[in-house]
Design a protein around this ligand. Structure first.
Ligand SMILES: C[S@@+](CC[C@H](N)C(=O)[O-])C[C@H]1O[C@@H](n2cnc3c(N)ncnc32)[C@H](O)[C@@H]1O
Length: 368
């Protein structure tokens, strides 16, 4: 088959002509030179130049950040400033390398260098102390090694190591290995605080009744539910081995793919669960949730989502690529998820406005 047969050319329309002219206009060296000189246009072209530079250098930024976390440099600056030489000896580099690192760290807002003294900046303190952030930064080396050859990554020709970081991705009918669980569950538990805060701030908590957190892991989310409303009867459903059953909640072990969900709970939540799985799998899971809920039962879904009509850096770049690297995962927009909910029979999906879309976005719907 010729290229012409595969992609038959349609006749040129005004829209195509305009598209071509626009591309030629921006690509022209003359236009680029003039825009760099004229007052208003020069601002636009400078901003575009800066944005392209940032796109190009983003990997270097993440590696500087990783160095500050892995060497413990931020931690060592936590209580008092240090001289460059002191910091160098504490993190095991020579003074010149530490000077370059600190200059880069200052440009990224992590530290402040004055004369020969380095102190931690507000952003550095937040990186160090926000729960789960240092751990997240540290584990990104797995994702970045998967993206080493991005063309092979998008072509599906390279092995994706991130999938191994999350063992349940491959199915774990007989329960999870304790070492695997503690590796990822620590990361999930620490980063759960902000997710739980934003989720529970968005919705109205019931005063009592029963709540099942499906895929609730070690129980960090359900513990926050109980901290806010201790009259709720709370249960976590997750793979055997993922929860040690020591919290104030009950634990029911099982697989949401192989087993039915326990029924009769007034509220079911799925927190950072759907984006780990394919459309087929989540349709099956949401159908099980629908069947398990009583009439007027409520489903709460909370996880980072795509920007739908205006793609954004966290959803459409970070989480979309991250979940793709897990092999089975897929980040979706709130509208996509709401459509699947409606198809299954849920009513009135309500998409809450997200306070921190890079942390989570919340949708509620009801079985009516
Ligand atoms: C990304 S973690 C989210 C954990 C927790 N909800 C949170 O936000 O911190 C996904 C959770 O789904 C659980 N999970 C994965 N596959 C499962 C299955 N087939 N049945 C039950 N739970 C499963 C995992 O064990 C894990 O706890």
């Amino acid at each position: 088959m010729t290229k012409q047969e595969i992609y038959p050319q349609r006749p040129m329309r005004f829209r195509d002509w305009w598209y071509q002219k626009k591309s030629q206009f921006y690509a022209s060296k003359w236009v680029q030179d003039i825009s760099a000189r004229l007052p208003l246009l020069s601002r636009i072209s400078r901003k575009e130049g800066e944005a392209i530079f940032q796109l190009m250098s983003g990997f270097v930024d993440t590696q500087i950040l990783l160095t500050f976390v892995r060497t413990g440099a931020l931690d060592k600056l936590r209580d008092r400033p240090k001289s460059i030489a002191q910091l160098a000896s504490l993190i095991g580099t020579d003074a010149e390398a530490a000077r370059v690192l600190c200059g880069a760290g200052q440009a990224l807002g992590l530290v402040v260098v004055r004369k020969d003294q380095v102190s931690i900046a507000r952003r550095g303190i937040l990186v160090l102390t926000l729960p789960g952030i240092s751990e997240l930064i540290d584990h990104h080396s797995v994702l970045y090694s998967d993206l080493q050859d991005p063309v092979a990554f998008f072509g599906g020709q390279s092995e994706r190591q991130l999938a191994h970081f999350w063992p349940y991705v491959f199915g774990a009918k007989d329960g999870l290995d304790a070492e695997d669980v503690s590796r990822y569950s620590d990361l999930m538990t620490k980063s759960q605080r902000m997710v739980a805060q934003d989720t529970l701030d968005a919705i109205t908590l019931p005063k009592n009744g029963s709540w099942l957190d499906v895929g609730g892991g070690s129980g960090a989310f359900i513990s926050e539910v109980l901290r806010r409303q201790n009259s709720i009867r709370a249960t976590v459903f997750d793979l055997p081995g993922s929860n040690n059953g020591s919290g104030a909640h009950n634990f029911i072990p099982g697989s949401f793919f192989d087993d039915d969900l326990p029924s009769g709970f007034d509220v079911i939540s799925l927190i950072r669960v759907l984006y780990d799985h394919s459309d087929d799998s989540i349709t099956k899971l949401l159908t099980k949730v629908y069947n398990a809920l009583p009439e007027n039962g409520r489903l709460i879904v909370s996880e980072p989502m795509l920007g739908q009509n205006s793609p954004n850096r966290w959803g459409d770049t970070y989480f979309a690529i991250y979940t793709m690297a897990m092999n089975t995962g897929k980040t979706r927009s709130a509208i996509e998820i709401a459509e699947i909910m409606k198809k299954i029979g849920f009513s009135n999906p309500k998409i809450h406005r997200s306070k921190r879309p890079y942390v989570t976005q919340v949708i509620e719907c009801w079985k009516k």
